[in-house]
Design a protein around this ligand. Sequence first.
Ligand code: NAP
Length: 274
Amino acid sequence: MKRAFVAGWPISHSLSPHLHGYWLRQYGIDGIYEAIAVEPVEFTSFLQSAAASGYLGGNITIPHKLQAFALCRKVDSAAARLGAVNTVWMESGLLCGANTDSYGFAASLDAAAPEWRECGAALVLGAGGAARAVVHAIAEGGVRAITVANRTAAKAHQLARLFDSGVTVGEWENRNRIAAGCGLIVNTTALGMSGQPPLDIDLGDVSRPAVVADIVYNPLETPLLRAARAKGLAAVDGLGMLMHQAAPGFESWFGKRPEVTQGLRRHLEPLLSG
Ligand code: NAP
């Protein structure tokens, strides 16, 4: 039986076993995908012995993505840029890693609002780990003007330094004004997530055909997306990114490129508590 894992701390909340389990059943693959709680102090030995324990690879989630990057002998270009790995597999005995969050975000936008590639300018709210992947995706998608605004400005500057001149920092307090000039607005902060206050932003001056994306997926319809829909803007939720980022890993461990379908979405939606 083919075995893969998702390792994080904590891990009980992870949707990944449901997602990969759905695909394993759909394609009739004799495989298993297990959630494993790995404390930070145990992560290095866990990952280094994963192959010997019978795993073909797995996903890495918070707080281990940076440590996984450091342990990989070969990484893809997104992981190299972001310094973080969320997917690992073995190749000729070497631990290899990728960051598929960027791919997942771009694929989700391509499926729901392909016009994003013509957006001209983008505003990314937040500067955490997920924001890095989102900025990478938008830059790789050909958007030449990307503004990052974050409550803690120093983190936005740190993020912008990872990229070329197309990525600049805007003041968090000016987010409404900046949003008005953008064709793509993305929330990567935790605001709007269940248990968190909503993101305070006014879309009043944002004009069609702008695309508004929220990578928060719990709840699926955040106050930001509700406001975007009410204004007739394209609104893209965070579940698409979660589903699409999983596909490359599944293919590398189980040998089948899985499809992201409405059936998968319907399977996952009831599992969201928000
Ligand atoms: P992170 O590294 O902890 O970053 C959190 C971000 O939220 C930071 O920019 C932080 O700003 C901001 N923030 C938190 N509380 C805030 C507040 N009260 N006011 C203003 N800004 C606030 O987290 P992450 O890993 O990037 O994840 C961020 C969100 O993305 C989470 O909701 C997560 O579930 C979601 N996510 C979704 C996917 C997906 O596949 N859809 C993938 C990854 C993450 P400061 O720097 O000022 O603290």
